[in-house]
Design a binder for this molecule. Structure first.
Ligand code: G3P
Length: 198
């Protein structure tokens, strides 16, 4: 029974639409109607500035980490990544925001951080290197998740690996429009790194 409650809690935690709520509460702005239309860190940073973007990043990571740590604190023996998967699903399809959520990157990082912190720390460096080189968060996100899925074959158990693969597929699918823009040379860039727009 506690397992079912924690699975529901993980989904509800993941469903907290940080960007939407921060935008509406402090800026009277629906983040989904501006910029790329995404409710994640990058678009919040783009539209509402670095402080709002940072708060959304921390919240989106924290909800994933909390979803995998809660079952451990309750002594549940089911693999924590199962709860993490529900948090990721909540983030992408949030019940509190009309099932229109984010692109799964920060919450996936938060989930993996709670289970394999060293794995995530290495991947953050990979992400930073790709972001610095390309100035495109979307490219860094997609490539990092693909690298993570490959690396997960050698790190952690099969449940961890399987859920990282599911997350990678979700991230790629949610970045379809970004991938299209990257191919056309039209993707949004951040104002730093080697390839920033003029
Ligand atoms: O995690 C989302 C990021 O990779 C891309 O965000 O707003 O540029 O579509 P955005």
């Amino acid at each position: 029974m506690i397992e079912l409650i924690l699975i529901a809690a993980a989904y509800l935690l993941g469903s907290i639409p940080s960007g939407v709520w921060i935008g509406k509460a402090f800026f009277k702005t629906d983040i989904r109607e501006q910029g790329s239309g995404n409710s994640g860190t990058t678009n919040t940073y783009r539209v509402l500035g670095k402080w709002a973007g940072t708060v959304v990043l921390v919240m989106d990571i924290a909800k994933g980490t909390l979803a995998v740590l809660l079952p451990l604190w309750f002594g549940v023996t089911i693999h924590p990544m199962i709860f993490g998967l529900f948090a990721i699903i909540g983030h992408v399809y949030p019940i509190f925001a009309g099932f229109k959520g984010g692109k799964a990157v920060a919450t996936t990082a938060g989930v993996a951080l709670g289970v394999q912190p060293l794995f995530v720390l290495v991947l953050i460096m990979v992400f930073a290197a790709i972001l610095y080189t390309s100035s495109m968060v979307s490219l860094a996100s997609v490539l990092t998740l693909i690298i993570a899925a490959g690396a997960a074959l050698f790190v952690g158990d099969w449940v961890f690996t399987a859920i990282v693969w599911i997350a990678m597929i979700l991230v790629v699918v949610r970045h379809r429009a970004n991938i299209d823009r990257i191919r056309k040379g039209e993707e949004n860039k951040v104002p730093f790194g080697l390839n920033q727009s003029d």
